[in-house]
Ligand binder design. Structure first.
Ligand code: ARG
Length: 579
């Protein structure tokens, strides 16, 4: 149990004993300012107002019933009725020692493990992955890692766009290039170029355009030759994506791919069902669900197109089928979609139709976890200098290259092999951290210098902080894994650091609930900064430090380094011993 939960529970009990009705919450939170205790319970004021009582007196009543023996060393009332709780150093020390003794850092598992489906990355396979796919891939992966660590069953779903009219054109082009004796891997080595070729061909050659359209129909009806070409195209494109995932240290594997094509056979049934339920109606030859609950301000219902006039299905149709599959077959309790904010209307429509049709029951939560756009320095969506889309592969290579120059400059004595390993971790880490550390729902400006800086809330700063903590053990000639001494925080800086360390679990819970990884970034940054302050104020290896204190401080250092490494790992960022 986190400290906050524990104190909330204790204060709530005291409030009940003081005859304060249960509906008044204790409102325990970490104190914002030093001198006001470690935690504050702020519930007395609200309760007093509702009960028409004097808040300070009520706070006194609560404190009289508050049983924090062995937990707090002092409890005082401040201002109009704040209850300030000063935790006992021995109790803090015990909890820290427990965390240090445990390879899970004493972080609990979810009391009610869920099956969580996480839909992320999900690029369109017709083209190469570009920066537009970065945020979904990185943020989704961080949440998948965290939920998995908490003991949930995480089912990753890479809902790739591998079906639809574009593929007719692409397959027709592939067929022609293969006929010229080119191999699929060669022809598709640059998907961007291939797409341009196919598009030009389509625009300029009417007979090719007819063939492309014919291939769409053949694909839908399962023509063996067309399907074979489609499979080939799909496999090569998926390989490109997998390469990116591996480079990015993202946990997606080929097994997580369940693209739009997977649902193809279910779409006709789905439309029929929606018609039977009288949810879908015919409208000018097309099939549409009109949602009154999402009507515009003039009362016009929101139209959701599920089948085109010619019989073709749409993005929404596939998403409805996917939702039903996730609820019924995958047994999801919680379904999370990491998709650009620009698709909010689409997601809301899909969720609403799915609920109305009974595809998902009320106890399943559906979350569109929208994110903002990655911007260039000019404040417009990030593009190449000539205005093209930036390929992800190139962006990642550039990050590693830039990090390499930095590392070489800072530490020329490292061998080339070490430099390339560090450059990879720092470069990739920087891109990921720059994204994860921003509030998910906002746009942010992509900036190489800022993300690669060793100062401030960046990956290099945290990775460097980690190496600094670890260097103590080299200096001390100690293997931190063999330490077993109890921790006892004494100095003020030690105490602040101790409490921060013990708040790790609270932060992780909040991140998992709100899908807001920036909270974890802020936490790690603050932790590293508090460590620096502790290190300046509290000697560890210097002569004159009593043995027990030295052992306690070394263990505290160990806990800091493991917390940093674990937090970064949950974000998908690697650490190293030197940099
Ligand atoms: N392929 C889509 C795109 O590139 C994203 C798919 C997101 N997931 C979903 N279930 N709709 O925009």
């Amino acid at each position: 149990m986190t400290i906050r939960d524990l104190l909330n529970h204790k204060v709530q009990q005291a409030m009940l004993s003081a005859h304060i009705p249960f509906q008044h919450p204790p409102l325990v939170a970490p104190s914002k300012k030093s001198g006001f205790g470690d935690y504050q319970a702020n519930g007395a004021m609200g309760a007093a107002k509702a009960m028409k009582a004097n808040p300070r007196e009520l706070a006194g009543e609560i404190v009289r019933h508050l049983e924090l023996d062995g937990i707090a060393e002092r409890v005082e009332i401040a201002g109009p009725g704040f209850i300030n709780i000063h935790l006992s150093p021995e109790w803090l020390g015990e909890r820290l020692t427990q965390a240090a003794d445990d390879n899970r850092l004493a972080l609990g598992r979810a009391a009610q493990p869920q099956t969580v489906v996480v839909d992320y990355s999900s690029p369109n396979l017709a083209k190469e992955m570009h920066v537009g796919h970065l945020r979904s891939t990185i943020i989704g992966d961080a949440l998948a890692r965290l939920l998995n660590f908490q003991g949930h069953t995480v089912v990753r779903q890479n809902h790739v766009g591998d079906w639809g009219t574009q593929f007719g054109m692409l397959i027709a082009e592939l067929e022609e290039q293969l006929a010229e004796n080119r191999e699929a891997e060669m022809a598709l080595s640059d998907l961007e170029v291939f797409y341009q070729q196919a598009k030009r061909h389509f625009d300029e050659d009417p007979s090719f355009a007819d063939k492309a359209r014919d291939y769409v129909v053949k694909l839908q009806s399962g023509d063996a030759n067309v399907l074979k070409l489609w499979r080939e195209f799909r496999a090569v494109s998926l390989e490109h994506s997998q390469e990116i995932y591996d480079k990015l240290n993202v946990t997606l594997t080929p097994d997580d791919v369940r693209g739009e094509s997977f649902y193809n056979d279910d779409l006709a049934t789905l439309v029929t069902e929606l018609e039977t339920q009288a949810l879908a109606v015919e409208d000018q030859g097309a099939k549409v669900v009109f949602l009154q609950e999402m009507a515009d301000k003039d009362g016009n219902p929101s139209p959701v197109l599920i089948q085109k006039k010619g019989g073709g299905y749409l993005y929404a149709t596939t998403d409805l089928a996917a939702l039903r599959f996730r609820a019924n077959t995958l047994g999801a309790h919680r379904i999370m979609y990491f998709i650009d904010a620009r698709q909010s209307l689409h997601m809301q429509q899909v969720f609403t139709v799915a609920r109305k049709a009974g595809f998902v029951t009320d106890n399943i939560t559906l979350e569109h976890l929208a994110f903002g756009t990655m911007m260039g320095a000019d404040g417009k969506p990030f593009k190449t200098r000539t205005g093209g889309t930036v390929k992800l592969a190139q962006l990642l290579d550039e990050a590693v290259e830039r990090a390499g120059s930095l590392v070489r400059e800072k530490n020329p004595d490292l061998g080339e092999e070490a430099i390339s390993d560090i450059a990879r971790k720092v470069g990739i880490g920087s891109i990921k951290y720059a994204d994860l550390s921003k509030t998910r729902t906002n746009d942010y400006v992509f900036n190489w210098d800022a993300m690669l800086s060793f100062d401030g809330n960046t990956a290099p700063y945290l990775q460097y902080a980690y190496t600094r903590v670890r260097s103590i053990f080299r200096k001390a000639g100690q293997d931190p894994a063999l330490l077993s001494a109890p921790i006892l925080p004494e100095a003020a800086e030690e105490r602040t650091l101790a409490i921060k360390l013990l708040q790790f679990g609270e932060v992780l819970e909040q991140v998992a609930k709100e899908a807001m990884p920036h909270l974890l970034c802020t936490y790690l940054y603050e932790l590293a900064s508090l460590y620096m302050r502790f290190y300046e104020a509290c000697p560890v290896l210097k002569g004159g430090v009593p043995d027990a204190q030295k052992a306690s401080r070394l263990r505290l250092c160990d806990l800091v380094s493991r917390t940093l490494a674990h937090g970064l790992e949950l974000l998908g960022i690697e650490v190293m011993e030197r940099m």
